[in-house]
Design a protein around this ligand. Structure first.
Ligand code: CO
Length: 432
């Protein structure tokens, strides 16, 4: 079971941004014999064929096409993680330093980014002699940026008031000492150009995330925990890919990994966009299904597992959790349930996942948020609503969700892969 967590940490280290995660997954699928399909080309895909589609570099859907009218098994997750993004004219000079202005992406625990060894990774768009515009992935890898804390002597009540930052004025990251010959903007362009192997003046735009350079690690007396950036939600992406590759061929199996979940999913590649619906409709057409049989066979009988991380009990702060629904690290996969439909799980879906865990001989936990606390959400309710497919929200337990360095159990990842693999191979029809 721990081997799976080693592979996960390795994957996350190679995937500092959604664009890198999708590139890593595409390469992995390619090596496993999956063919890349472009949304712009004419698809002729035979039953049994394996392929994948990428939309705008950040979202990816992979599939193993089944026989004509078998119901589908779909696993959804998200490729993005909360943090900071560099503004288009981010670099500026103040008080003898070059700094980088950033926007907040999603809902990170901002204070956890202070005093960390940060770098830049993402994609840059460059002028290309042949294609007009092309995109390049960049990862500067080395410690490059810092958000230094004030000394306690200058911030006397920090331990009482908590560590707070004004988002506009106090978050710019220190990039370097100001150099007379080199304007701040030029400095950052030179770094990016060198990393991408292009002339700085050809850079037209960028999407750059601020990422922690520290690799993932095991910790705990018996190495029973893991710590890493982006466990939310690259852990679910990684489990979904491993399950798809391990599953027995049979019915149509799909994984849909979306960008932009942390900012609400409403974008042309997000879960609230048309990407998954478009791909499923095209796959149905490849299978020769009329619209009537597509609705009847695929939508009415299919199941979507929405995989995102769950809140494990923090031993020091048990009071913030629902006392009857504590979930524990290394206690196995979690079903997430919310009466307000912030999680998409219904009673039948809950029963089905519990039953799958029993068949896989692994434990299963159930999470409900405290009634007097607003509950977070996932792509589950969004995808369920858009597609009309029964959806179950599940995920592995973790601590410190949205911290620069999150933690989780070392044994849960292997269990999640096991039950997801079984899910892909299982054709049980659920009561409607
Ligand atoms: Co998440």
């Amino acid at each position: 079971m721990v081997e799976a967590s080693k592979r996960l940490l390795n994957f996350i280290d190679r995937s500092p941004t959604p664009w890198h995660a999708v590139a890593s997954i595409a390469q992995w699928l390619q090596q496993a014999g999956f063919r890349r399909y472009e949304e712009t080309e004419d698809w002729q895909i035979a039953p049994g064929a394996c392929g994948y589609v990428v939309r705008d570099g950040g979202s990816i859907i992979a599939f193993r096409l089944g026989q004509t009218d078998a119901p589908m098994r779909i696993i959804g997750a998200h490729t993005d993680s909360p943090g900071f993004r560099v503004k288009p004219r981010g670099a500026f000079r103040q008080a003898g330093f070059d700094s980088l202005g950033i926007e907040v992406y999603g809902d990170p625990i901002i204070a956890t980014f202070a005093d960390r060894d940060l770098t830049l990774a993402g994609r840059i768009m460059v002028e290309d002699r042949d294609k007009g515009i092309s995109t390049r992935l960049v990862n500067l890898e080395r410690p490059l940026l810092r958000l230094p804390n004030l000394a306690i002597h200058l911030n006397r009540d920090v331990n009482q008031a908590g560590l707070r930052f004004d988002l506009q004025d106090e978050l710019p990251l220190v990039l370097g000492c100001a150099a007379e010959q080199l304007p701040a903007e030029e400095g950052i362009r030179q770094l990016l150009g060198a990393a991408a192997g292009v002339a700085p003046e050809t850079i037209l735009s960028w999407e750059l995330a601020v990422v922690d350079v520290q690799p993932g690690a095991f910790f705990g007396r018996d190495n029973e925990f893991i710590a890493s950036a982006r466990l939310d939600n690259l852990a679910s992406c990684h489990a979904a890919v491993e399950a798809l590759l391990a599953a027995e061929p049979g019915q149509t199996q799909v994984i849909a990994l979306f960008d932009h979940e942390e900012v609400g999913s409403q974008s042309y590649k997000g879960a609230d966009g048309t990407f998954l619906a478009d791909v499923l409709a095209r796959l149905a057409e490849c299978l020769g299904l009329r619209r009537e049989s597509e609705r009847r066979s695929l939508h009415a009988r299919s199941v979507l597992l929405s995989a995102d991380m769950a809140h494990a009990l923090h031993p020091n702060v048990a009071r913030v959790y629902e006392p009857q629904h504590h979930v524990h690290l290394n206690g196995g996969p979690v079903i997430k349930i919310n009466a307000q439909q912030r999680y998409a799980t219904d009673g039948v879906g809950e029963a089905y996942f519990e039953w799958l865990c029993r068949k896989a001989e692994i434990p299963c936990q159930k999470y409900v948020h405290r009634t007097n606390l607003p509950c977070g959400s996932t792509i589950g309710p969004i995808a369920a609503g858009r597609l009309g497919i029964r959806t179950i929200d599940v995920g592995n337990p973790m601590w410190s969700m949205h911290s620069a360095r999150e933690s989780a159990g070392a044994h849960d990842h292997g269990m999640m892969i096991k039950v997801m693999t079984l899910f892909f191979s299982d054709a049980t029809e659920l009561p409607s």
